[in-house]
Design a protein around this ligand. Structure first.
Ligand code: BGC
Length: 708
């Protein structure tokens, strides 16, 4: 961006304070019956130079008209930055992030982000509020659906793939979007999973869990970062100078744009750390927030605090420079209409639909199966039952951008297409007797229950993340028919439903699978395509276990059924119903012992770990393989397991594959008691296997020797 510096300085020279604050101000589109629009007063703000970016305006015509107002009618002709939440697709909707995380497939994660960019940019959008990188361990919190699950390593890989996919290596491409890593940091730690509540986590948790995905996004060149709405240990993130400037800018070298969350600058008043708009604006700007999203607080408040000496013009100028640099990098000055000018190339949507089907298929997790799946191609009569059976709009989940219910494939439609010779009965379940009748008439039941899209996502915390009561009543009635039942759970989070797992013959976690949900389900039900998805988070047995995650640390009193005074519940087990990484395929695998390329290694050295995996079942299948480490003795406690690598293999029946993982000693480093990252000498256990279930892991050891 350095070659842009003279251009930026020249502009800055020409700008009044009002112009500068305009660049730091994002306005939100207006809404009418037809959707989003910009009414005359907001267009006037744009021509007056009082707004530098716009949230939520959609449709190429509207965006180009607004861009014209800025580029042709404003004094400085600075182009607008159009922004939108493009999380898991634009028009073609891919699985929600938690679902897509279950594919454990960075290449797929990148390709879906690329496709989403192509569609959104063709409609004029230049920046997306994604990827969401909050490591999330509390299924009560509705936004867990936007996350890549409970693991920092997985979320960091997700971060890199998404940033690459959205941005490419050239932001000025007319089909590239600037990515925004959000919500920095620890938003998922809100107390008791209650949305927007406060959080309080240790420096260690910050360093080991919440920071690494953001650090990975910065390394990948992310253009923007959004601070979280919440406060952490008394300091709202929007005003957190130590984290925004100290960690992001000074320590990680992030030189992109910090964009506040929606109204978050003004909300500093309600947090009780700012008396008025002027103080709120000063706090946020001085902390490092460049753009004020929607609250107008910078425009209203900064002139006063500038006059009072609470902010410096240099700080404002630095923020403006960063905003202009982003607009230049996006090519907006040279080609302000490049995004939105051309329709999508013919065939693009078809290709994206095929990708959506692939992504949905790979995101499905088979949680349990007594052999009922795959269904025989000969199955003559199928009943597809439940409120989510024929609910194409619900398949899109939260944050659906330009996704249309009318373009989504329901489970019912997908099952009909996959079993063209079967008689397919449908019952929504509103009439339980009719549903029972359908079940009785069928050879097998596909029971489609779970959450609707509006039960998950922002501001949808649930103290009881369960299958709604009415659906449970329906399910219990259907079980009464005595037919094999395949439960397809649609949800943005693990649902607590022990009764379902007791009675269903198979249970599928379908998340919100997107536009091709039904076709993807059809693909896997008959076994035509292998299943491979695995859980990116622990699936609790009981809500009382939450937060629950595999990376727990040892206690001085480990659980011991023989000893009362040990770390356990007296009413439920400690273990989740399904661990991180759980997910069945239609075959079985045998894992050999891992082999390390060296017994000892010094800091800076590399290690290769190989493990043989044999497909001992009867079907070709893909298998996701994990490599964890465990440091049994260190200067601070270390988690029981830490994920350091994962991969996916493809095997034929009877085939043996050798997986090779490359590690370095940096993978064994951790923050010491003073939060300084170090590699300590000693033994490291290396564990490989199909999930975080310790009983299924095979292991070997290496020794790290440090030379002083
Ligand atoms: C959410 C953000 C989102 C923003 C803009 C907020 O309510 O927290 O994740 O990017 O709205 O839509």
């Amino acid at each position: 961006m350095t070659e842009d510096a003279p251009r930026i300085e020249a502009l800055l020279q020409a700008m009044t304070l009002e112009d500068k604050l305009g660049q730091l101000t994002m306005i939100r589109a207006d809404f009418d019956a037809a959707g989003s629009t910009l009414l005359a007063p907001k267009l006037a703000e744009i021509t007056a130079g009082h707004a530098g970016s716009v949230l939520d305006l959609r449709g190429a015509t509207a965006l180009i008209a607004a861009q014209k107002a800025a580029v042709e009618n404003s004094r400085l002709k600075i182009p607008l930055l159009f922004t939108l939440d493009v999380l898991h697709g634009y028009r073609t909707i891919f699985p929600v992030p938690l679902g897509e995380a279950a594919a454990f497939d960075p290449d797929l994660w990148e390709r879906t982000a690329r496709a989403a960019s192509v569609e959104a940019a063709a409609d004029g959008i230049a920046l997306t509020y994604a990827p969401m990188l909050d490591v999330a361990r509390d299924p009560r919190w509705g936004r867990i659906v936007e996350s890549a699950g409970e693991d920092a390593f997985v979320t960091a890989r997700f971060a890199e793939a998404k940033v690459e996919g959205f941005q490419t290596d050239d932001l000025s491409r007319s089909d590239a979007l600037a990515a925004t890593a959000k919500h920095f940091a620890g938003y998922a730690a809100v107390n008791a999973g209650r949305e927007y509540a406060s959080a309080d986590f240790s420096q260690r948790t910050f360093e080991e869990v919440y920071l690494p995905p953001f650090a990975a996004s910065v390394n990948a060149g992310v253009a923007a970062i959004m601070p979280a709405f919440i406060e952490m240990a008394g300091v709202p993130l929007t005003a957190h100078r130590a984290l925004l400037t100290g960690v992001l800018r000074e320590r990680l070298g992030f030189d992109g744009v910090l964009i506040s969350d929606f109204f978050a600058v003004a909300e500093l008043i309600k947090h009780g750390v700012a008396a008025d708009a002027a103080e709120a604006a000063a706090l946020a700007l001085n902390a490092g927030v460049d753009i004020d999203m929607a609250s107008g607080t910078y425009t209203d408040g900064l002139p006063e605090v500038l006059a009072r000496g609470l902010v410096r013009i240099e700080t404002i100028d630095a923020a403006v420079r960063r905003v202009l640099a982003l607009k230049l990098a996006l090519g907006l000055f040279d080609k302000p209409y490049a995004r939105g000018e051309h329709a999508l190339a013919p065939g693009t949507i078809d290709a994206h639909r095929a990708l959506a089907r692939e992504a949905a298929r790979k995101s499905i997790v088979l949680l349990q199966n007594n052999g009922v799946l795959p269904l025989s191609a000969q199955t003559g009569r199928l009943a597809v039952i439940g409120p989510l059976a024929d609910a194409p709009g619900e398949m899109l989940g939260p944050w659906r951008a330009a996704g249309e219910a009318s373009e989504a494939v329901s489970f019912l439609e997908g099952v009909k297409a996959a079993f063209p010779h079967a008689v397919v009965f449908h019952a929504s379940g509103a009439d339980i007797a009719a549903a029972l009748e359908a079940a009785r008439s069928a050879d097998a039941v596909i029971l489609c229950i779970g959450e609707t899209a509006n039960m998950s996502g922002e501001a949808n915390s649930r103290a009881r993340p369960v299958v709604p009561d009415a659906q449970r009543a329906l399910a219990e009635a259907v079980f009464g028919a005595g037919k094999p039942v395949v439960a397809v759970l649609t949800s943005g989070r693990p649902l607590i439903a022990p009764w379902l797992f007791e009675k269903a013959d198979a249970v599928i976690a379908a998340w919100f699978l997107g536009s091709e949900a039904g076709n993807a389900l059809g693909d896997i039900l008959g076994g035509a395509v292998s299943l491979s998805g695995k859980l990116p988070l622990s699936w609790p047995l009981d809500a009382g276990q939450i937060p629950i995650f595999y990376g727990e640390r040892p206690t001085g009193r480990p659980a011991d059924p023989e000893n009362h005074d040990t770390s356990k519940y007296i009413d439920v087990p400690n273990e989740p119903l399904f661990p991180f990484g759980h997910g069945l395929t239609y075959t079985r695998f045998d894992y050999g012992e891992p082999r390390a390329s060296a017994e000892t290694l010094k800091p800076g050295e590399c290690l290769t770990v190989e493990v043989d995996i044999t497909n001992i079942g009867g079907m070709a299948a893909e298998e996701i393989v994990y490599l964890f480490i465990r440091d049994p003795l260190a200067s601070v406690t270390r988690p029981f397991l830490e994920l350091k690598a994962f991969t996916k293999i493809k095997t034929l029946p009877g085939e043996r594959a050798t997986v090779r993982f490359a590690l370095t000693t940096a993978d064994f480093s951790f923050p010491d008691a003073d939060a300084v990252r170090r590699i300590e000498p000693g033994e490291i256990e290396i564990l490989t296997g199909p999930s975080a279930d310790a009983a299924l892991l095979t292991r070997c050891r290496v020794r790290v020797v440090t030379v002083d």
